[in-house]
Design a protein around this ligand. Sequence first.
Ligand SMILES: Nc1ncnc2c1ncn2[C@@H]1O[C@H](COP(=O)(O)OP(=O)(O)OP(=O)(O)O)[C@@H](O)[C@H]1O
Length: 688
Amino acid sequence: MTETITDTVNRFIFKTETFAIFKLDNIVALGDVAGVREGDRLTVTGSWQEHPKYGRQLRVEHWEKPVPSTEEAAADFLSSGLIKGVGPVLAERIVSVLGPNAVSAILEDPDVLKKVKGIGKKAPEIRRQLQETYQVQQVVAELIRLGLTLKTAMKAYMKFGRPAAEYVRRNPYCLTELDLIGFHRADDIARRAGLAPDSSFRVKAGILYVLNESLWDEGHAYLPRDELISRSLTLLNHVEKSVSLDIVEKELSRLKGVHGSAEVSLAWAREYEEEIARDVKRLARQRFDVPPLPRDLIRGIELTPDQNAAVKTALESGFSILTGGPGVGKTQTVRAVIRAFELQNPWGGVFLCAPTGRAARRLSEVTGRQAHTVHKLLGLRNGHADRNRKNPLECDLLILDEASMACLVLTKRLLEAVPNNARILFVGDADQLPSVGPGNILRDLLDKVPTVRLTEIFRQAAESQIVTNAHRINRGQMPLIDRSKTDFIFLEREDPEDIAKCVATCASGMGYDPLDVQVLSPMRKGPVGTAELNKLIQGGMSGPRVKYGQYVFHVGDKVIHTKNNYDKGVFNGDIGIIKKIKMQHDVLVQYSSGLVSYSGDDLRELEPAWAVTVHKAQGSEFKAVIIPVTTSHYVMLHRNLIYTAVTRAREKVILVGTKKALAIAVRNNKPIQRYTALSGLLRDAPRR
Ligand SMILES: Nc1ncnc2c1ncn2[C@@H]1O[C@H](COP(=O)(O)OP(=O)(O)OP(=O)(O)O)[C@@H](O)[C@H]1O
């Protein structure tokens, strides 16, 4: 229930440019507020919430500084000290001449103060100060009328100041450039403001939107010109056909912030690709002399000729790649590389890292050494890295595991922080899905720098049907199901609803700890998408619950954190269990790294995780994995996807669905295409 309160701001407890927690007489209010000072009278509308530590607070949804409308209030306000040069005597005089609505009269009419004797030259200054006091709310109110939320309106005001509403009315798409709203919201505002659908602002914003979407949603570093134009036309004409090919071509030729004519990319994305290419060449140019390696680098293991070649390559080259599927000995080779390097460089610094927290933890476990996330290694936060070209890492050998997950942005940051005299080794499985973020780095680098492929599956690994079937899938062969073994199971179900029910039953009934078993679906939507599967698995849960947005969370629920949050020490992809729900919006989640508390809007960083997409699970491993395979996922039936899902399992894979769907997926090896320029830029990279 909302409540409206008018009172004086006594004190700010916390304040940023656009957000404040403050005492309004004897209550505590918090919200998106700006341009307010202690002593101001404020009318706030909001709803009450209970904070476990700080008690009852009013969450402000709307606010305004009421313009005084009685003689007493007007005189008090004018003489409060907020308006310099006006004391009690002058304030009384102004009010006696202009009446109870003196303040609004001054705001509306620049000449009205002339009626008050003795003000003279002070008049413009008094009016200016009054305008300033009320300006924020006037502009913000106007922006809200244009269709912005309070938060976006405040941000727009902070960016553009007094002319914000004017700017937004003229070109609502300026807000998309600042990432404050999306193209479709800007379109709504533009329609309301009467902007022509073929205006230059709209067409340019549409083209940029298409480039941004294809970059962040599909991973393309550029789009071929024809494809960009056709996608832009579809977007710009989605309501009515109002934009012609000529207009799009004309605006594209004038567009700033893009690069290329046949292959068009956002200028920064192109720069990143070029920088990566320069850094790869800089590092790959180096050659190191390597004395003969001892045969027993790892006790009890004799390396195969390929593994030995990989160790030698990693030590001789400034930049190299080690790739291969599951069970081909990559980890043992990495251990051997570290051992050999340290034998020859006893004082050298060896750094290990991986793109995600889970992958870094696993790398630590299998090597027995500390491994970090790339973010942690570089001190990367809010777009700033402590380690960079000017302040490079103090490493002599840097190993990046799960390199298939490294996107354009992360790779650029990592490579620029590697000093000239260091070696860098990328380890990964190039047949896994490409990174969630833009680019196709590992595949683009293959064979552009010295690359060793391990293909022999070791005996221990070959005993696992998971490993052998993963390799079969990767070769385009149907997996073999040996019913005498229990690690690779196919449960045939036809109907998508039956598939979903069977998946849900397996997920909760196998006796594994919830964190050890994972349902992996190719997509979010549809009858066997993650959203439905999560609901189905949660269906049987009772006890304390909290609703946030489209999700309901229960005690005992498995959840995934979806953003890097350095304050909480929890990262994108971390999976945990809800231990406690206190009050309405206070949730405690147990992660392997510790307990993390969420309250209020923090919950937007959580999603149910009984089922997650295969993309989200990249780089993670689970004891058991359950995968629905159905033709209702037709577009997602893809070899890379099934391969990635299967290789997430250590002990057990359960496929639920139809053999027909599995066969389609296994046969479909059309690589998930990403338009990237990197491999072309590396054509002349030094190779052996
Ligand atoms: N040269 C070798 N001789 C004998 N066994 C080996 C050799 N190299 C690796 N192995 C064994 O093969 C199995 C798979 O090796 P490893 O874990 O290094 O592979 P991987 O490529 O890292 O696999 P994954 O990607 O699945 O983690 C392990 O049991 C390992 O001990």
